[in-house]
Write a protein that binds this ligand. Sequence first.
Ligand SMILES: Cc1ncc(COP(=O)(O)O)c(C=O)c1O
Length: 436
Amino acid sequence: MNRPEQTRLLKEAHRHMPQGVAENYRYWGEDRTLFIQGAQGCELTDCDGKTYVDFRLGYGPIILGYRDRRVDQAVIDQITTGGTLSGFSTPLDIKVVQQIKALCPNIEKMRFANSGTEAVMGAVRTARGFTRRKRIAIVEGSFHGLHDEVMWKSDLENWDPRGKAAPDIIPFGAGVPDTTRDLVTLIRLNDFDILEHLFQEQGEDLAAVLLEPIIGNAGSISATQDWLQRLRDLCTHYGTMLIIDEVKTGFRVAAGGAQQLYGISADLTTYAKAMGNGYPVAAFGGRADVMDCVGAFKGGVVHGGTYTANLVALSAASATLDILTNTDALKTIDATGEKITAVLGRVFTAAGIQHCFAGPPAMIGIHFSEEVPTNYRDWRSTDSELYAKFAWKLIDHGLMLEPDSREPWFLCEAHANMDLGWLEDVATRAMREACG
Ligand SMILES: Cc1ncc(COP(=O)(O)O)c(C=O)c1O
């Protein structure tokens, strides 16, 4: 690969940052790690001048397009008149919550955060503060950010799907203390028996069940309507908080997120990513009686942070939410997503590859298997190796995505202008090369 400038940059970066990158997931090896010089619409340009149509979209925040003028101008207007932050309240705090409430009937009260990680931490602490319980349950294959308690996963890489034993539960990496697992139970999506058992055993101690109903970190594998409803009912019965993590799905799969698609409301919800079209903004909120246990009074749940509700973040959120509320952006994304799955489906069929699509058109999971996986363990039986080969070839041909089928294809409004003929051509070539 001809990438002299990126090779030079990575060599230099190794002197300054571990693995030469600013966060772990950007390191794609010595020959593949990217340095980006620009972005516009749905395209990225790397530091050697190669352009990509991007379906990775920075792990999902870009919902309109890179450098959307409407959002950027709102931020410029805000910071040139009102500054970036003062550590005090502003009218924009109220306005953004009102905008979210208009789209998400599950939200009665809300607080802001700077990242999905922080929003999830706030929601979990609020659930514990409200219920006065400690235990939480999370779902295998989900990702809820970089705080220790949710950094436990099923070790599918070293698991034999044909054997009877369950996969080991391991930390995401070094530095996560064993004790942080003590209060966390991992359950399996769509498994009714495990759900019943969880509540029978732990219901009275369970502060929250935290989940992504459409798992944005496991190829959009989704909860069935019945399973999610049963979880909702059990949470209600036992006084356990249902926390729906909409960091990836919020303002993306529908204006009201996954909860709108299912017609099921959480007690607490987290948002980030699409809420700000790439500006760092997040929030958590839900039932007023639950959220009202947050506050600086005796027995209140602590929530704060220097950059909370800063005006760069809030002006971007306000402009993005305004566009999502008052334009057809999400309909456009859905229509584009349908066209893209039709093209890819044709390519896979022509190549004789068993395939299926998971999740909504704004967040497409692609699995090389006969049936859509119903939970994370099923994902192990998909041909994820072929997917990775196909994905690397797509990247070589100028289509950017995460080379791991657990990361869905993210769409933004700007993809509406992309050339579907070009997509069919590069996907056909990439699949031929991957199989060859
Ligand atoms: C569902 C979900 N929750 C939480 C997070 C953490 O968000 P952040 O990376 O903004 O901290 C992510 C990140 O991808 C996510 O997908």
